[in-house]
Design a protein around this ligand. Sequence first.
Ligand SMILES: Nc1ncnc2c1ncn2[C@@H]1O[C@H](COP(=O)(O)OP(=O)(O)OP(=O)(O)O)[C@@H](O)[C@H]1O
Ligand SMILES: [Mg+2]
Length: 249
Amino acid sequence: MQHVDHAHTIIELDRVCFSYTNEEVIKDVSLEIHKGDYVGIVGPNGGGKSTLLKLMLGILKPNDGTVRLFGSDIKDFKDWSKIGYVPQKTYIEINFPVIVEELVAMGRYGKQGLFHFPTKEDKEKTLTALKQVDMLGYKDRQINDLSGGQQQRVFIARALATEPEIIFLDEPTVGVDIKTQKQFYALLRKLNKELALTLVLVTHELDVVAHEATELGYINRTMEYYGNPEEFLKGAYFHELIGRGGLHH
Ligand SMILES: Nc1ncnc2c1ncn2[C@@H]1O[C@H](COP(=O)(O)OP(=O)(O)OP(=O)(O)O)[C@@H](O)[C@H]1O
Ligand SMILES: [Mg+2]
């Protein structure tokens, strides 16, 4: 039996299977994410990337297999402030007027937001999170008045506001220009290195993420590869994938 150091294992999936209907979308996925890892998840459209994140976040429940977070079964896990999530296409869903600082503060008290009187600590942590993503100067602006890249940073600040140990991001760079994309990856690099924040990033940018991430997962219903990104790029499997168009989106 494999030895698992639970002190450093943040997420553990053991033979996880999931289906929305009668078709299996996630098949027998096992993996471990350790503190400080920067995990890039790639794969074709419909390959199960977003579903995998939702299983790790407890938004969906596996049909089979187990998910463990910080050493405890996800069913018993309570400390959700340790986990941040930036969902796919968040910014499009914002069609109500909200000030940047308020939006980030909502990361701290969630849905009770409107009835919650922010403490001094809430305020401090909110401003720290905005500073970490270089958006402090925009704290009094309306979220709708910011560019797509700036909005993304604000959503990352919202995820950072509870001082999580791990953040999940689902295709955060869709629809941004190359310059914004570069700044974005530089920000993630900084958060991973300086705050030792564990990152799980779903993206289509295999070429970029393979050079940024410490682990790479290629999922197409099953986890066809999970490990060193450089090995993936060098490996026969990657060339075979290109050959059969498995990376074309
Ligand atoms: N709520 C749902 N109900 C039924 N089927 C779903 C639902 N959400 C996703 N699916 C299906 O599950 C499969 C995996 O979807 P998922 O969203 O996880 O893929 P993805 O890898 O994130 O794709 P993309 O790159 O397009 O975001 C797809 O076939 C999709 O149609
Ligand atoms: Mg998706």
